[in-house]
Design a protein around this ligand. Structure first.
Ligand SMILES: [Zn+2]
Length: 141
């Protein structure tokens, strides 16, 4: 097995399906933090066959909404002094603000910068959200 040093203080995102590591990296990490980051891809896993892992040295506020939208099975482990300090739960967010834009071109949220639509989860399986202004259904992609 590939050996990568553990981190003393930071975050380990585990149990990502193989291939999702890069998606999470692009959405969550790239350009947003400048701490050392390790992306492990196609790591053998008894439960999953292959999985991806991301280790981030140094703590920062993990955007659990983004993780939930990518895959709610991702495990977020907060490491302090080399030990597991806390596990954070990843869930598909029931409300969303700012992560998606309403797909209705006539929706007021496209014309007025001061109104930010709030989206309510409509379908968990397809990640579809209902706009608070126009009731249009928009899919998170
Ligand atoms: Zn709308």
């Amino acid at each position: 097995m590939l050996e990568v040093n553990g981190i003393a203080n930071g975050i380990v995102l585990d149990h990502m399906k193989a291939g999702l590591g890069l998606v999470v990296f692009n959405k969550l990490v790239d350009g947003k933090i400048d701490h050392p980051v390790v992306l492990l891809m196609n790591v053998s896993s008894q439960a999953m066959g292959k999985k991806d892992i991301i280790k981030i040295e140094n703590t920062f506020d993990v955007d659990l909404n983004i993780l939930g939208l990518i895959d709610e099975n991702i495990t977020v482990n907060i490491i302090k002094d080399g030990k597991l300090f806390e596990k954070q739960e990843v869930v598909i967010p029931k409300k969303l603000k700012g992560y998606i834009k309403c797909k209705n071109p006539r929706c007021i949220s496209h014309f007025d910068n001061y109104v930010e639509p709030e989206f309510t989860l409509y379908s968990k399986d397809s990640l579809e959200y209902l706009c608070s202004f126009c009731d249009e259904i928009t899919k998170y992609e």
